[in-house]
Design a protein. Structure first.
Length: 137
């Protein structure tokens, strides 16, 4: 279900502009980022990608995202530590982990670090989309 936002700015024809939900997909694997960007854009999301903690933090500090997708590990740190850092300045933006770390302790740590959901890889894209919609309505 899409939500139409009537923006004060309209297109040149006077039609209301529909705002696409903006998602940050931060994953250490370049191919995964590219695939996720394509799939999410096909489903109507605006997607920004990042491949490390160092790339992700400044993007999240600037804000403007409706949802953050984080991985379990990056070349320069762990996803749970990144999530904790984000939560020091942003307590509202929903965070969903997409991680290969699938032990119950890993899932608990991810949720305790401030994420709203934790999906393990490999994951069903339809389940991911349902999870995202749950937090971005």
């Amino acid at each position: 279900m899409r939500r139409r936002v009537s923006a004060p700015n309209r297109d040149p024809f006077g039609l209301a502009v529909e705002r696409r939900k903006h998602v940050l997909c931060a994953d250490d694997d370049e191919d995964t980022r590219a695939m996720m960007a394509i799939l999410l854009e096909m489903r109507g999301y605006q997607v920004t990608t990042a491949g490390s903690v160092a790339e992700t933090l400044p993007l999240t500090e600037s804000g403007g995202f409706d949802l953050l997708l984080l991985a379990g590990a990056y070349p320069d740190g762990l996803g749970i530590d990144l999530c904790k850092q984000i939560r020091t300045f942003d307590t509202r933006t929903p965070i969903v982990f997409l991680s290969a770390y699938a032990y119950p302790a890993d899932i608990n740590q991810g949720l305790e670090s401030g994420a709203q959901a934790y999906l393990t890889k490999p994951f069903d894209f339809d389940v991911l989309e349902q999870t995202m919609e749950q937090f971005t309505l």
